[in-house]
Structures are given as structure tokens and as C-alpha cells.
Design a protein around this ligand. Structure first.
Ligand SMILES: NC(=O)c1ccc[n+]([C@@H]2O[C@H](COP(=O)([O-])OP(=O)(O)OC[C@H]3O[C@@H](n4cnc5c(N)ncnc54)[C@H](O)[C@@H]3O)[C@@H](O)[C@H]2O)c1
Length: 252
């Protein structure tokens, strides 16, 4: 197993992709801290059912005290933090709409959770990554940032900011041997995607798949290999990058 003795914090771990990351990381030998504003009981049980080690932590990424408490819980349970996966976001809990019809409240909430939340989780966890002698941060961006996404200006902007956070932090933390990368998925078939796309789901998914070289929408299992790679030492000279897991939509 590639990740024995590593402790990985996954935010937004109650369902969807966050849960898939927890299960896959635990299967590779990681201790997992499953953190979410929702109850993470099902994620922790899923990890335990296959013999993995996980704790569930209540986390609101918009509250600095909550982020600090999450880091403390991780240390109490496992003694160190090696990786932070900033996956929590307002995605399935918001719906798309024309750019001029997004409410002020939704705009502010999206920026608060999707951008400030990452900054705050980094502030809480980076001292522990340093104490562990280095580590990795993975920030979840989106095809919405790399390709552009109509009817989701707030979400797309927040995910573009994730790439800026990633590049700047990679330069700032490299000498501490903390690698910071971003992953930008295309549409993945999750509960969140159902919530986000609503009644336009089938049509939107067909358009997104049609823009791909591979032509097929992703399932959560299609995401986990990249996450494991970026957490692992196999990627030890990769930092500041955004890896598109989008079936060949955005080509560099
Ligand atoms: N599913 C996709 O198609 C897709 C595509 C590109 C990027 N992404 C990104 O991947 C991530 C996961 O996507 P998903 O499909 O599982 O979506 P999701 O909406 O199901 O998951 C988001 C998780 O974040 C949690 N969360 C929300 N606000 C929080 C807060 N204040 N504090 C802590 N946790 C909070 C939610 O409870 C939820 O469990 C998100 O960052 C999303 O933007 C998803």
C-alpha cells in the first residue's frame, strides 16, 4: 500500500467525491480524517467496513475556530497530518442560473465556502504539515474554471480562484517541502451534480460528455487514482499544478 502511516484530512467528506476519496485513501493505508458540515458517519462506517481507519469530524470551513478544532482532532487521533484535501464546496447545495440572477447571498456564500474555506483549512493544517516534515495539499477546482461554465459564474469564479491559491501557496510553501496541487474534474456522476444541475441534468451532462475526447461522464472511482498519486511520494516533484481529470476536454 502506497500511503501507509500517512494521515489525510478530507473536507467535504460526508458524501460524493469526498467520501470516495476517504475510502480510496484508507484502502491505500492512510489514516483518514473525514470532515464535513454534514454528518460523516456513513463515510467513517464505509472505511471501517473494509478495515480502514477513519474518524469523523464536524467542520464548517467558514469558521476559523472550527478549522482549528478539526486539526486538533486529527492530531489527537493520529498524531500528525500529512495531507489536506480541500474538497468541501458549495456545489450540490447551490443551483446554476443566469449571471445576473445570482443573489448577493449566494455569491457571498460561494466565495466564503469555496475560497475562504480553503485558506482557513490551510491556515489550520499547515503548521501540522510542517511539524510532520512536509506534506501535500490538494485543492479541488473544476472544469468550470479551466473551460468556463455558463450559468454558474459564482461557482466558476470560485474554482478559478482555487487555481490561484494553489499556485501561490505552492511557491510559498515549497521550501517547507509542502506540495500544493489542484485537481479539476469534469462532471462526475454524484448526488452533488444532481443537485447542481437539477432538471437540466441530462442535457447538461450530454453537452459536457460531448466536449470530451473520451466522450463519457466520470464516476467517482475515476477521480481517486489522481488523488492517491498526488498524496503519494510518486508525485514528489510535482507542485503548483492543476491536473485536469476531464476526459480530455481542456488540453494544455
Ligand atoms: N461532482 C462534479 O461533477 C464535480 C466537478 C468538478 C468539481 N467538483 C468539486 O468536487 C468537490 C466535491 O463534489 P461533490 O460532487 O461530491 O459535491 P457535494 O456538493 O456533494 O460535496 C460537497 C461537500 O462539501 C460539504 N460542505 C459544504 N459546505 C461546507 C462547509 N461550510 N464546511 C464543511 N463542509 C462543507 C457538503 O456538506 C458536501 O458534503 C467539490 O469541491 C466540487 O466543487 C465536483
Amino acid at each position: 500500500m502506497q500511503l501507509n502511516n500517512k494521515t489525510v484530512v478530507v473536507t467535504g467528506a460526508a458524501r460524493g467525491l469526498g467520501r470516495a476519496y476517504c475510502e480510496a485513501l484508507a484502502a491505500e493505508g492512510s489514516n483518514v480524517v473525514a470532515a464535513d458540515i454534514r454528518d460523516t458517519k456513513e463515510t467513517v462506517e464505509a472505511v471501517a467496513s473494509t478495515g480502514g481507519k477513519a474518524i469523523g469530524v464536524h467542520l464548517d470551513v467558514t469558521e476559523m475556530a472550527s478549522c482549528e478544532a478539526m486539526a486538533r482532532s486529527a492530531i489527537e487521533a493520529f498524531g500528525q497530518i500529512d495531507s489536506l484535501i480541500n474538497n468541501a464546496a458549495l456545489y450540490g447545495d447551490i443551483s446554476g442560473g443566469r449571471f445576473d440572477q445570482i443573489s448577493d447571498e449566494q455569491w457571498n456564500n460561494v466565495m466564503n465556502v469555496n475560497i475562504k474555506g480553503i485558506w482557513q483549512c490551510c491556515k489550520a493544517c499547515v503548521p501540522e504539515l510542517r511539524a510532520a516534515g512536509g506534506g501535500t495539499i490538494i485543492n479541488i477546482s473544476s472544469l468550470a474554471a479551466t473551460y468556463g461554465m455558463p450559468y454558474a459564474l459564482d461557482y466558476a469564479m470560485s474554482k478559478a480562484a482555487v487555481i490561484g491559491i494553489t499556485r501561490s501557496l505552492a511557491r510559498e510553501l515549497g521550501r517547507d517541502w509542502i506540495r500544493v496541487n489542484s485537481v479539476a474534474p469534469s462532471a462526475v456522476l454524484t448526488e452533488g451534480t444532481e443537485g447542481f444541475m437539477g432538471e437540466k441534468r441530462e442535457k447538461t451532462l450530454a453537452v459536457i460528455a460531448g466536449n470530451q475526447s473520451l466522450g463519457v461522464n466520470l464516476e467517482p472511482k475515476d477521480m481517486v487514482g489522481t488523488i492517491i498519486f498526488l498524496v503519494s511520494d510518486a508525485s514528489r516533484f510535482i507542485t503548483g499544478q492543476t491536473i485536469m481529470v476531464d476526459g480530455g476536454t481542456t488540453l494544455l
